[in-house]
Ligand binder design. Structure first.
Ligand code: NAI
Length: 213
């Protein structure tokens, strides 16, 4: 399927479509109209049609969307039709939470190695995944298919560590450290900052309270 250049706003909405469609599939729903999908997701039907039209439109007039087909195609667009090997850098609270999350594996993200400097965790394993010393990182990256790296180390070490793994061949970084990484243009990054989300919640709460006054 040919996809034209897709806006980031649309790409940001695709994982949500994917999740809803996955739930429908799990409930053996075969097809759904954009109206039904819109009611479930709280997005307008026209938004859904517009979004999905970006990919040539998966719907048929009067029939709606074939759930499994749409789910599979969106999965392909998001690159979820193949397994992605992930390494976790920083085996602290967050790194462990990610490693223990079953959601990653369910979506095809396989944690193949965890790296840290703390002697108390190096040499242990989590869910059968070894925690190695960062000294072993270069060799590991050069001898394994590492598709992505999650950065869950303190802010102060994140930029240097990111530069190192990029030098050794990593092309995609899932950055949790509260710092903006300067990376070469052929390296992609996705920043996740829960506190920023919390600040947005704080703003919404404040705005809702002010509206009541
Ligand atoms: P933590 O202190 O529990 O874990 C950090 C781990 O990194 C430790 O195990 C430490 O030994 C390891 N480490 C330190 N230097 C290292 C190096 N050079 N190479 C490899 N490992 C190294 O901290 P926590 O709570 O897990 O947070 C980790 C990072 O994630 C911090 O930067 C924190 O600010 C950030 N964070 C981000 C959130 C978000 O929403 N993006 C939420 C919570 C934390």
């Amino acid at each position: 399927m040919q996809s034209k250049s897709i806006s980031i706003a649309v790409i940001k909405r695709l994982p949500r479509y994917y999740r809803y469609l996955g739930e429908l599939l799990a409930h053996d729903v075969v097809r759904i109209s954009s109206k039904e999908l819109s009611e479930k997701m709280g997005v307008t039907a026209s938004q859904i049609r517009q979004d999905l039209n970006n990919f040539g439109g998966f719907g048929q007039q009067g029939y709606g969307y074939q759930v499994e087909y749409l789910y599979t195609e969106i999965g392909k667009i998001l690159g979820l039709d193949k397994k992605n090997n992930l390494i976790i850098l920083g085996a602290g609270n967050l790194g462990m939470a990610l490693t223990n999350s079953t959601g990653l594996q369910k979506r095809g993200f396989e944690v193949i190695g965890i790296f840290d400097i703390n002697p108390e965790v190096v040499g242990t394993s989590v869910r059968g995944i070894p925690v190695m010393h960062v000294n072993e990182l270069e060799q590991f990256i050069k001898t394994h298919q590492v598709d992505m790296a999650a950065l869950t180390v303190p802010k102060a070490v994140a930029p240097t560590l990111a530069a190192d793994i990029v030098k050794w061949g990593v092309k995609a970084i899932w950055n949790f450290a509260p710092t903006d990484l300067q990376l070469p243009p052929d390296v992609v990054q996705e920043n996740v900052h829960l506190t920023e989300s919390l600040m947005r919640l704080s703003y919404k709460k404040k705005a809702a309270e002010e509206e009541k006054k």
